[in-house]
Design a protein around this ligand. Structure first.
Ligand SMILES: CCCCCCCC/C=C\CCCCCCCCCCCCC/C=C/C(=O)SCCNC(=O)CCNC(=O)[C@H](O)C(C)(C)COP(=O)(O)OP(=O)(O)OC[C@H]1O[C@@H](n2cnc3c(N)ncnc32)[C@H](O)[C@@H]1OP(=O)(O)O
Ligand SMILES: Cc1cc2nc3c(=O)[nH]c(=O)nc-3n(C[C@H](O)[C@H](O)[C@H](O)COP(=O)(O)OP(=O)(O)OC[C@H]3O[C@@H](n4cnc5c(N)ncnc54)[C@H](O)[C@@H]3O)c2cc1C
Length: 664
């Protein structure tokens, strides 16, 4: 799409953000900002082009009537929700020219949010996992066929892996794919009740194809889980003979998505329907193994990376809502006066409120930004794998994507809940958007790998590194280099104004290193008297703690590094304080780890606590502008409380009037 205005036009546009009808409190907040909003937004989105594209996509959606909602989606029942989302999906895919469809980190998710909202829908799995599976797992010479069909929606697919009896433990999936060399077909079968597929999105009603994970048997031998392309429904959309399929019913959220169940009765598919890019079954049944045993799990790694960005944006949006609302809300009771007799204050002025809001805002920045570079890492790794040249980076990427997925989805879900509480009663109304946000985000703690299970994968990686370091012959991945550094006895952290980034990083690395080696020692001691898996189970709470701390250290380092790249001095100053608040808040929350063995003294810990107070006060005048720096439009936010103009109360009344109970 052509760019139609220069950066200075854009600057003008953002300067004019403040309008006459806006709530006076929110206007005053914007006028008091210490930095130029446009410069900050360019930093947040990395360049003005990305910012401009957000505006263009917004204008596109706003100008197309087929994206309108005749009835507010909050007042629909489940059938109507599915109907609405499906209609929107059709309009969305009929207008894909509006976006760069290869941009799964920015343009595609934004477009989806603007058109449908915060919901998984009938096409989420088609775009989110089915297409990526085809891309990652189909042989080059064959890819055009299925990919073009899927991209042109001739087939609509899902990813069918989880079963009633097994989800996390892939190796125990029970669905079988048995090769029949006489007919050159695989027989897909559900041998037991617990082998029924359960959960795949879009399966219940929408998909006519699925990428199915099943245990491969060939020449009488079991070869572990493999992926197969399976047609489920005929041209009239009826289930094919041998296929039983349906919807699993309502869930905590994402109810516009028809998550489904699937049972196979000796259902036959051609040999070529196995995804054979890495492992193969020849016509005579000979099995050719993949160059790396876990290549078959590649699509999940990619989606975990996509989720990290997607989820962080949810936390950013939640912080925007709560901060804006806190600027226009005045406390209504006498004890709400900070100085008695001086009248009510904006709730944003309470230090406790700032402590609820600002660390969450800080949390929303680092991971969203670093994910762009992780995206290029994943592209790089995929390229290396495609050339069959280099598998060395795979464990690192798996550990990193699993760890970030687990820590971020948890922090996002908890953060949204904290922000909801910060808005009092109105936060409990769906008008606020928090209930939908939470229901959407908290699903991410479970899907694409249950969080504890993912943390234990990171722990495996860390224990392997610890063993190598102890053996004196480490081959260290970039994200783990600090584990081989010498021990540090005392912390360097001091007042937030004087301590350097290096001091903060030093302390995080030292504490994490200690935690990793303490856990490693405990594990190896236990292994002397127990079987390996028992020993692992016996110290798995510590293993998770070490894994979490490793990921948090990674996030702190990346946030500080990213702030250093900010060219605008005023924006850099505020972002730097926010990054330090992020780090200090983590230290405060993880005080036990930091103070263990006297590493962080009591005096230093007090400085951390005091620093948090001071940073909250320092950021307070910029908080609304920082929320605006996310550049989220009202259409994307979908929150009455978070509206950009701050005119919350009339909008709440207008919203409530749409309730069907008020129609007669
Ligand atoms: C083209 C047009 C586009 C247009 C677009 C326009 C429209 C826009 C629409 C969409 C836009 C997209 C927007 C993006 C938004 C993003 C949101 C996406 C939402 C998607 C919705 C998702 C819904 C959910 C789906 C699912 O949940 S699918 C099912 C997921 N299931 C799991 O994740 C299961 C978890 N379990 C596992 O992964 C494994 O079992 C395990 C826990 C990793 C254990 O592995 P396993 O082999 O079974 O056992 P071990 O013995 O422990 O491991 C052995 C060894 O292998 C290593 N390992 C394991 N996995 C990997 C791996 N993947 N890579 C590398 N290595 C791996 C493991 O570490 C061990 O190593 P060591 O022995 O060395 O320690
Ligand atoms: C909204 C949503 C959408 C989904 N979409 C899809 C989809 O499209 N396709 C699909 O195939 N699946 C989908 N799923 C399923 C999802 O991937 C699984 O639910 C997930 O992988 C977890 O597996 P599980 O449900 O079997 O949990 P379990 O593995 O049974 O977990 C239950 C508990 O056991 C613990 N646990 C399990 N294993 C271990 C271990 N080794 N060590 C320590 N603790 C352990 C977990 O930590 C957890 O506390 C979806 C799920 C949801 C909620």
């Amino acid at each position: 799409m052509e760019r139609d205005s220069s950066p200075s036009d854009q600057f003008h546009r953002y300067k004019n953000l403040i309008q006459n009808g806006d709530n006076p409190d929110i206007t005053k907040e914007r006028q008091g900002a210490s930095f130029n909003l446009y410069n900050m937004q360019c930093f947040v989105y990395e360049n003005d082009h990305k910012l401009q594209r957000r505006q263009e996509i917004l204008e596109f959606v706003e100008s197309h009537r087929e994206f309108d909602d005749p009835v507010h989606p909050h007042f629909l029942n489940r059938d109507e929700q599915i109907d609405r989302a499906t209609r929107k999906c059709l309009a969305m895919v009929d207008n894909l020219d509006a976006i760069d469809v290869t941009d799964y980190f920015d343009e595609a998710p934004l477009y989806q949010l603007l058109t449908i909202g915060r919901e998984l829908h009938c096409l989420s799995l088609h775009y989110g996992m089915f297409l990526p599976t085809i891309q990652v797992h189909t042989e080059k010479s064959l890819i055009l066929g299925p990919f073009q069909m899927a991209a042109s929606k001739a087939i609509l697919g899902t990813f069918a892996q989880t079963e009633l009896g097994h989800g996390s433990n892939l190796s125990k999936l029970e669905t079988t794919a048995t090769y029949d060399a006489t007919t050159k077909e695989f027989v897909i079968h559900t041998p037991t009740m617990s082998a029924g597929k359960w959960w795949p999105g879009g399966l219940g009603k929408s998909a006519n194809y699925a990428a199915v994970m099943a245990q491969l048997y060939t020449s009488g031998e079991s070869k572990g889980p493999h992926l197969f392309m399976v047609q489920l429904r005929d041209n009239a959309h009826a289930p094919l003979p041998g296929v039983t399929v349906g919807d699993i019913g309502p869930k905590l959220g994402n109810n516009a998505n028809d998550n489904g169940f699937l049972i196979f009765d000796h259902y036959r598919i051609p040999r070529r329907n196995m995804f054979m890019k890495y492992s193969k079954v020849e016509a005579d049944g000979t099995y050719i193994p993949p160059p790396h045993a876990k290549l078959g799990f590649g699509a999940m790694v990619l989606v975990r990376l996509l989720m990290i960005r997607d989820q962080t944006c949810q936390l950013g949006a939640a912080a925007v809502i709560a901060i804006r609302y806190s600027a226009v809300r005045h406390s209504a009771v006498r004890q709400g006066e900070i100085n008695e007799g001086e009248g009510e204050v904006q709730i944003l002025d309470y230090r406790t409120q700032q402590y609820r809001l600002l660390p969450q805002l800080a949390r929303s920045f680092p991971s969203s930004q670093r994910m762009r570079s992780r995206n290029s890492t994943s592209k790089y790794v995929t390229k290396q794998i495609n050339n069959n040249a280099n598998m060395e980076l795979l464990p690192e990427l798996h550990a990193l994507s699993s760890g970030l997925k687990a820590v971020i989805t948890w922090e996002v879900a908890q953060g949204i809940e904290q922000l909801r509480l910060s808005c009092g009663g109105h936060g409990y109304s769906r008008a606020s958007a928090f209930p939908d946000m939470y229901a959407y985000a908290v699903g991410g703690c479970t899907y694409e790998g249950e969080n504890i299970v993912m943390l234990l994968q990171v722990a495996r990686f860390l224990m392997m590194i610890a063993k190598e370091v102890r053996s004196g012959n480490p081959k260290l991945a970039e994200i783990a280099e600090y584990i081989a550094k010498p021990d540090a006895v005392t912390a360097r952290i001091s007042s937030w104004k004087t301590c350097s980034d290096e001091d903060i990083i030093h302390d995080f690395e030292a504490v994490t290193r200690k935690l990793i080696f303490a856990t490693f020692d405990r594990l190896t001691t236990l292994e002397r008297t127990m079987k390996k898996k028992e020993a692992w189970n016996a110290c798995s709470i510590d293993l998770c703690k070490a894994a979490r701390m490793h990921v948090k250290t990674y996030l702190v380092k990346n946030f500080l590094a990213r702030v250093r790249t900010c060219e605008d001095p005023a924006s850099r100053t505020v972002m730097h304080t926010l990054a330090k608040l992020y780090a200090f808040d983590l230290i405060s929350g993880g005080g036990g780890h930091f103070m263990k063995g006297g590493f962080l003294s009591e005096k230093q810990f007090n400085e951390v606590q005091l620093g948090i107070y001071e940073m909250l006060a320092a950021i307070r005048p910029d908080s609304v502008a920082l929320a605006d720096s996310w550049a989220i439009s009202d259409l994307e936010l979908r929150s009455v409380l978070g509206r950009r103009d701050g005119n919350v109360y009339p909008a709440l009344l207008e919203w409530a009037q749409q309730s069907p109970l008020n129609q007669n």
